[in-house]
Design a protein around this ligand. Structure first.
Ligand code: ATR
Length: 279
């Protein structure tokens, strides 16, 4: 029994099967990785039944990432810190959950900008939702000095300071221009700029010239926000690599093999996204 799946509601747009089944073929692992639609009301029962099902684990996506932490038998420290999980695995008949989003972001940044040093850096995050929380956990583990949060809903930025401590500092609405002057790494975690969503129009003219600019949005592959940054001479980090790197941890937990994010895998998922986005 080696089957795995991704659960969500809806789940039809997930690229995870493409990634995991590519690695399965490469590593000669039988079985399949499937999309499995699970309604919010059915989540707890699905997780409870997982150890006796045909699945040896699953990925968890929208809208279950936060609710799943209440359904599993145990959480690792990163899932506790973030308050969310995206990967469930089974050990001795019990369900365990972790989040690989943080490591996915960090590994993607390291692959794209090998000379970037996190220690002591000032990071600005746009957005204060679930993705922002994952990135904060990852960035704190890399010992950045300060993480400034700029969000439409100010209370949510303040709540992140309460959750993660004084290194997390909300940016007041009028102060973003000044803050960007001191920013070493600027990251968009909002859905703005994604296909079908409004554009991200934040003015980056005051951004420090050496700042690296990242976006977790991967459809389109390079967002307008990143294109603007690239035109100003910034090194940019598109979001697709994070999707690929976050998948590594689950595959390793389920199958005991650490798969590689290769240019061939990147091209496969990129082609699929381009195909579907154009349709
Ligand atoms: P995720 O898990 O992907 O982070 P989320 O928790 O729903 O998703 O968070 C989405 C983020 O995008 C939030 O920071 C949200 O801002 P609010 O906290 O004010 O809701 C931000 N966002 C989404 N749509 C937005 C919009 N039209 N303008 C500005 N921010 C937006």
């Amino acid at each position: 029994m080696t089957d795995t799946c991704v659960i969500g509601w809806p789940i039809s747009h997930s690229r995870s099967p493409l990634i995991h089944n590519y690695w399965r073929t490469y590593h000669d692992i039988p079985g399949t990785y499937e999309k499995y639609p699970v309604e919010p009301e059915a989540l707890a029962d699905f997780i409870k039944a997982l150890p006796t099902s045909k699945y040896i684990g699953c990925n968890v996506t929208i809208p279950h990432k936060e609710t799943v932490v209440r359904s599993v038998d145990s959480l690792d420290q990163i899932a506790i810190n973030i308050g969310a999980a995206n990967t469930v695995f089974i050990r001795q008949g019990k369900t365990h959950a972790t989040s690989t989003d943080a490591i996915g972001f960090i590994e993607n940044l390291k692959q794209n900008v090998p000379n970037f040093r996190f220690i002591g850096k000032t990071v600005t995050i746009l957005g204060a939702g679930g993705s922002a929380k994952s990135l904060i956990a990852g960035l704190l583990a890399e010992n950045v000095s300060t993480i400034k949060i700029y969000n439409r809903t100010a209370e949510k930025s303040a709540a992140l300071t309460a959750q993660f401590g004084p290194k997390i500092q909300p940016i007041l609405p009028g102060n973003i221009t000044t803050e960007l002057n001191h920013c070493d790494l600027l990251i968009n975690t909002t859905s703005l700029g994604m296909v079908g969503q409004p554009p991200l129009t934040i003015d980056i003219d005051s951004l420090k010239s050496t700042a690296v600019v990242a976006d977790i949005v991967y459809a389109p592959l390079v967002t307008d926000f990143l294109r603007r940054a690239e035109r100003r001479g910034h090194t940019i980090v598109p979001g697709l690599g994070m999707l690929l790197h976050q998948a590594v941890g689950g595959f390793e937990l389920w199958h005991g093999v650490k798969p590689k994010v290769t240019s061939a895998l990147f091209a496969l998922v990129e082609a699929d996204l381009q195909n579907k986005t154009l349709k």
